[in-house]
Ligand binder design. Structure first.
Ligand code: GCO
Length: 255
């Protein structure tokens, strides 16, 4: 029997960047808890393929392909949801990119692309979702941060700034939306075994550093972020607001 504190039955979750990686893991985890999933990605074919696989696994999923850096596409997507009677009860702002380069070599366009994808998108999609959540008197916003929401690492400045911004955007959302029955929180994944980190995982020196620096002495698996996502999407977190939960094997807890 599902504990009602963690039951998402009857809820619809939009998870950005959920064709693969952490977003896909969270989409499947929220589906297992009973939610209907709107799978988002910029690539419609990849989103459709993910929906097909999720449906084959018995999950309630539909595609919602749009570019998270396009305000026009975001607004159009929410207008489609309105027209189709789809209420986004849970928003997971997961979509993000990484771009590793020392700042003195970094083109402003590359800086801006990371900020737009990883931070501004969360504001725009959050705004469109919150307008409707406020009208309904309830909603859950889960922004995906990072260890770099708290600490900086050389050569990933735009990502670090964006993820630091995600932490504070989450607090700003709580400040404005909590009174309307919306809980806005964040998850800060540690070093996870994802495509985005493929080059790091394959680098023996970086791999050794992660395993040495992390009290758990290992990289995290994408499925290990799901528990925090279900908690923050569920009634269990109805009095939690503006927080960030680090799922990092203890890395941020130690020197
Ligand atoms: C990097 C990594 C990190 C991780 C994660 C850590 O280049 O350092 O990509 O940014 O992806 O964000 O929390």
């Amino acid at each position: 029997m599902t504990n009602p504190l963690f039951d998402l039955t009857g809820r619809t979750a939009l998870v950005t960047g959920s064709s693969r990686g952490l977003g896909r893991a969270m989409a499947e985890g929220l589906a297992k808890a009973g939610a209907r999933i709107l799978v988002n990605g910029t690539d419609a074919a990849r989103a459709d393929a993910a929906v097909k696989e999720m449906r084959q696994a018995g999950y309630d999923a539909d595609a919602a392909a749009f570019d998270v850096t396009s305000e026009d596409q975001i607004v159009a997507a929410f207008e489609r949801f309105d027209a189709e009677g789809i209420a986004v009860d849970i928003l997971v702002n997961n979509a993000g990119i990484q771009f590793r380069k020392p700042m003195v070599e970094l083109a402003t366009a590359d800086w801006q692309r990371v900020i737009d994808t990883n931070l501004t998108s969360a504001f725009v999609i959050g705004r469109e979702a919150a307008k409707r959540m406020i009208a309904r008197g309830h909603g859950k916003v889960i922004n995906i941060g990072s260890l770099t929401s708290a600490l900086a690492r050389a050569t990933v400045a735009p990502y670090t700034v964006a993820k630091g911004g995600i932490k504070m955007l989450t607090q700003a959302m709580a400040a404005e939306w909590a009174e309307h029955g919306i809980q806005a929180n964040a998850i800060g994944p540690g070093y996870m075994l994802t495509d985005m980190n493929e080059a790091l995982i394959a680098n023996p020196a970086f791999d050794a550093w992660v395993k040495g620096r992390t009290p758990s002495k290992r990289w995290g698996r994408p499925d290990e972020i799901v528990g925090a996502a279900v908690f923050l999407a569920a009634p269990a977190s109805d009095y939690v607001n503006g927080q960030i939960i680090y799922v990092d094997g203890g890395m941020l807890a130690v020197l």
